[in-house]
Design a protein around this ligand. Structure first.
Ligand SMILES: C[S@@+](CC[C@H](N)C(=O)[O-])C[C@H]1O[C@@H](n2cnc3c(N)ncnc32)[C@H](O)[C@@H]1O
Length: 224
């Protein structure tokens, strides 16, 4: 095995352990990360967390929309690195309760607005209200991304950024559809369609980034 191959084979956990040791394991919301792990609640990976942090630090959006709150972990993280107002959407009752508890616990109730409802409906309401966001973090039902995309575009301000998580869908998206179990084929098809759409859309500049389970970052071009 070549040196290069050996390096690429290093266990990801070891890499993460190293990074965490460099950070001195001082993550503020580590209790939420542990709670999510113990209760099988999907939240952003540590590498996505770090990328999100850097992008927000550079972009400094004034308004953020998060689609998919879960227990509020990523909303809280985003509130740490920006002064923006954050709106986040969730429809799973148990998670809504937990997220609200967490926003109170960390004194972010005034900074983070939680909309309880289905993203499909909430997006239409936001469009009707002519709301605009400088940053959209898309992290919800993967099979719906393509359906939500036109609505998301309508509520993005010029030069707004769409940050989408889990676009490889556990690497299923990389496989031929014939290797995917029948029940997962719709998500596979929809996610591929989403990826092709954001990359080919002339109103976006999109890059796909091999971090976590696949990220895409799309910048909405200024129309002026
Ligand atoms: C991956 S989790 C979000 C994790 C969170 N962004 C974090 O990293 O801390 C996705 C969440 O989206 C929610 N969700 C999925 N589809 C939804 C929909 N149609 N409307 C509202 N919430 C939805 C799920 O209930 C789930 O809690």
């Amino acid at each position: 095995m070549s040196y290069r191959q050996k390096k690429s084979d290093i266990d990801r956990d070891r890499v993460l352990d190293f990074i965490n040791s460099v950070y001195k394991n001082d993550e503020k919301y580590i209790d939420l990360r542990e709670y999510a792990k113990e209760n099988n609640i999907p939240i952003i990976s540590e590498s996505v967390r770090d990328l999100l942090f850097v992008v927000l630090e550079v972009k400094k959006p004034k308004t953020i929309l998060e689609l998919g709150t879960a227990i509020g972990y990523s909303s809280l993280l985003m509130s740490e690195c920006t002064d923006s107002s954050i709106t986040t959407v969730e429809n799973y009752e148990e998670r809504i309760i937990k997220a609200k508890e967490n926003f109170i616990k960390y004194d972010k109730k005034n900074k983070i607005k939680l909309i309880e409802g289905d993203i499909s409906e909430v997006l239409i309401d936001l469009e009707k209200e002519n709301k605009k966001f400088d940053f959209v973090f898309l992290d919800a039902a993967k099979g719906q991304y393509i359906k939500w995309l036109p609505h998301i575009k309508n509520i993005m301000s010029d030069e707004s950024l769409l940050f989408s998580d889990n676009i490889f869908h556990n690497n299923d998206v990389l496989e031929s559809r014939y290797l995917i179990q029948k029940r997962d084929r719709t998500i596979h098809k929809n996610m591929r369609e989403f990826i092709y759409s954001i990359v080919s859309d002339s109103e976006f500049m999109t890059k796909i980034i091999n971090v976590g389970d696949g990220i895409s970052i799309s910048i909405k071009k200024n129309e002026k």
